[in-house]
Design a protein around this ligand. Sequence first.
Ligand code: PSU
Ligand code: MN
Length: 305
Amino acid sequence: MNLSEHIKFSPKVEQAIKENRPVIALESTIISHGMPYPQNVETAIACENIAREHGVEPATIAIIQGKLCVGLTEKEIDYLGKTGLSVTKASRRDLPVLIARKQDGATTVAATMIIAAMAGIKVFATGGIGGVHRGAETTMDISADLEELAQTPVAVICAGAKSILDLGLTLEYLETKGIPVLGYKTDKLPAFFTNTSEFNVDYRMDSAQEIADTISAQRSLGFSGGMLIANPIPEEYAMDAKVIDKAIADAIEEAEQKGIHGKDTTPFLLAKIVEITGGNSLKANIQLVFNNVRLASEIATKLQF
Ligand code: PSU
Ligand code: MN
């Protein structure tokens, strides 16, 4: 089989691409493994609506019966949300197996970038990316998302990285791999639930146009990698740093005690943090994703095709 036989566009995304209208990618592990049901499905649908309000076609990406789907139906989104952790969390290594077995997979940032690039989509909004985990010097737990940013030409808009990760080491890794880290209206790397951290981004940019110009420049150089755009959670939705830091520390301790590792680590920590904060972290998470979809839509609109 060749590549085009593996990809399935939704009619709306196909039409938008044909008409040269802006399209942004959205991931699906955030639906199945990143949030509880039904908020996961409500958030995914709301994200699509926000993009459309900006005149941008959303392409939520997942693998359904072995097809790399670019654009999902509401039924498919609902299925991924309801099935939750029982859907395969699909990163780069999982794609060949899921295709061969004609199975379903919810795509991580890495896998979503791969499929977006195949579809010609340059901008992708998510919540948080995977990175270098705390303690990676012994566990070697470094997300495949970072390696993907190094090799796949898609700009990812996120709210920085959660402190379940080692933010300093994550930035070092991104620097080594030549991935620009841009802060939207900020000099500091936001820490997902909070809008700042002790770490600096590479460049502060105050307009979507400047970010779009930077993406265009990267593409015109023919570089293979992507870009990370860190968009701080709006102040009114940001969490208290002490509260969230304690929740994260407790979640990490429990994960260690239970021997959680590999691809289960991030979903376990995310769910634990929601539980410990009594759902407050989920509210913040939803709002920061909306905020990222808004910025991604503005950037996609301003990109020169
Ligand atoms: N971080 C979040 N929410 C998420 C994820 C990360 O705040 O939903 C998901 C994304 O799909 C990301 C994946 O690509 O987890 C990273 O998993 P791992 O750390 O196992 O690479
Ligand atoms: Mn990992």
